[in-house]
Design a protein around this ligand. Sequence first.
Ligand code: RB5
Length: 147
Amino acid sequence: MRVLLASDHAGWELKQLMATLARELGHDVVDLGTHGREPVDYPDPAHDLAIRLLAGEGERGVLVCGTGIGVSMAANRHVGVRAALCHDAFTAQAARRHNDANVLCLGGRTTGPGVAMQILELFLTTPFEGGRHARRVASIEPKGETS
Ligand code: RB5
């Protein structure tokens, strides 16, 4: 798969680790930055990755900020993005099996490297179950709402 990765400064270190692991797992990795500890407003990398994912530049995305909360909020403003903030193996598997998540969000200040590696591997390998979950996923997008 082609995997897009992006982070703010607080997620930079974990994003680097996630990029290395994704490559080791045989994926084609596109690192959209940031590339250091210089402060970056978390919505910027989140919107950039979401737009590129929806344009077909990748099949999955990984976003990292301090908590994973800000990037998930921003990414989920894009119709078609299903960004899941995961904290452990259970939430990573559920995000794929039940929610068909296409973007994984992680917190660089909340999730340690070992758990994050386990989460990423599950996010990239666990299939969507479909069936009743497909109906629910299709209902996620709001209908008839104007912003
Ligand atoms: C940056 O200090 C921090 O607010 C950001 O990385 C993130 O945690 C926001 O949700």
